[in-house]
Ligand binder design. Structure first.
Ligand code: DGL
Length: 275
C-alpha cells in the first residue's frame, strides 16, 4: 500500500489545544499542520470513558481521512481516556501507517527533573484526575515523585466563555490552588495538565506562592514531538513540509477565528467540519 503524505494533525476538544499547537508550530515550522477543535462537544472533562473515546476516535478518523498520518492528541482528557484504546485496538485495524500520540507521557517523562522536593501538583479536568493517568505514568519514570491531583471543573468553562481574565475567575482559581496546596506543604511544582489552563496563567500566578514553579505543557510536548520525528524517520517521511496551516472546528467558525486569534496571535480562517 502507498502511504499518504500529509499534515500533522493536532486535536483538542476545543480551543485549549491551540496552546500546545502554538509551541509545536514555533519549534517545527517547516511541517504542514491541520488543527481540529471539537468545540461542538466540549467539554470532554466531565464525560465518561466511553463518550470521550467515541468522540476522540471519530475526530482522529476525520484527521486520517483528511490526509494526516500522525495525530497529536493535544488534550489531556482525550490522552487519558482514549489514547491507549485507539493505539492498541483501533490503529491496527486502520489500513496504512498511522500514529497517535498524547500529551501525558511527554510530561511524565520529565516530571522528576522539574521538582526538588519530589512533590508535584497536577491540576486537570475531573476526567484526567479520575483516570489517575499522571499518577500511574509518573510512577513508572520517577517512583520517588509523589503526585497530588486537583480537579478544576470550573476552569475550562471560564476559558470557553472568555471569562478567564475577568474578575469572576479569581474565586475558582484561588479555590482550586488552595485545595491542591492543602494536600501537601512541600509541593514545589504545579503542572497545568489541561491545555486550557495556560490561558488562566496570570490568575494562577497571582494565587500561587512565588517559590512554586508552574509548568505549561506546550513546550514539553513540542520538544517531545521533535525528538519523536528524529527517532522515527518512517513517520517523519509521511509528514508533509510546506508550512501550510489549516484549522477546523465542529462549531461556529466565526467564534473559533476570534478566540484562536487571541490564543495564537495569528489571523486564521477556520473551516467547519460537520460531525
Ligand atoms: N483541553 C482538555 C484537556 O487538556 C480539557 C477540556 C475539556 O474538558 O474538554 O484536558
Amino acid at each position: 500500500m502507498t502511504e499518504k503524505i500529509g499534515p500533522i494533525g493536532v486535536f483538542d476538544s476545543g480551543y485549549g489545544g491551540l496552546t500546545v499547537y502554538k509551541e509545536i508550530e514555533r519549534l517545527l515550522p517547516q511541517y504542514d499542520y491541520l488543527y481540529l477543535g471539537d468545540n461542538a462537544r466540549v467539554p470532554y472533562g466531565i464525560r465518561s470513558y466511553e463518550t470521550v473515546y467515541q468522540y476522540t476516535l471519530e475526530c482522529v478518523q476525520h484527521l486520517f481521512d483528511m490526509g494526516c498520518s500522525l495525530v497529536i492528541l493535544a488534550c489531556n482528557t482525550a490522552s487519558a481516556k482514549a489514547l491507549r484504546t485507539i493505539q492498541k485496538h483501533d490503529l491496527p485495524q486502520i489500513p496504512g501507517l498511522h500514529r497517535v500520540l498524547g500529551v501525558i507521557r511527554p510530561t511524565t517523562e520529565i516530571l522528576g527533573e522539574l521538582t526538588q522536593t519530589n512533590k508535584v501538583g497536577i491540576m486537570a479536568t475531573q476526567g484526567t484526575v479520575s483516570s489517575r493517568s499522571y499518577v500511574i505514568e509518573a510512577e513508572k519514570f520517577f517512583p520517588q515523585v509523589e503526585v497530588f491531583q486537583q480537579a478544576c471543573p470550573m476552569w475550562v468553562p471560564l476559558v470557553e466563555h472568555n471569562e478567564h481574565r475577568g474578575p469572576g475567575a479569581d474565586f475558582f482559581v484561588e479555590k482550586y490552588i488552595d485545595e491542591l496546596l492543602s494536600q501537601s506543604p512541600d509541593i514545589d511544582t504545579i503542572v497545568l495538565a489541561c491545555t486550557h489552563y495556560p490561558l488562566l496563567i496570570e490568575k494562577i500566578r497571582k494565587y500561587t506562592p512565588e517559590h512554586i514553579h508552574i509548568i505549561s505543557q506546550g513546550k514539553i510536548v513540542a520538544q517531545s514531538l521533535a525528538d519523536y520525528l528524529v527517532r522515527h524517520p518512517e513517520i517523519d517521511a509521511l509528514c508533509s513540509k510546506g508550512g501550510k496551516r489549516e484549522f477546523y472546528t465542529t462549531e461556529s467558525t466565526e467564534d473559533f477565528d476570534t478566540k484562536a486569534r487571541i490564543i495564537i496571535g495569528q489571523e486564521i480562517h477556520a473551516k467547519h467540519l460537520p460531525l
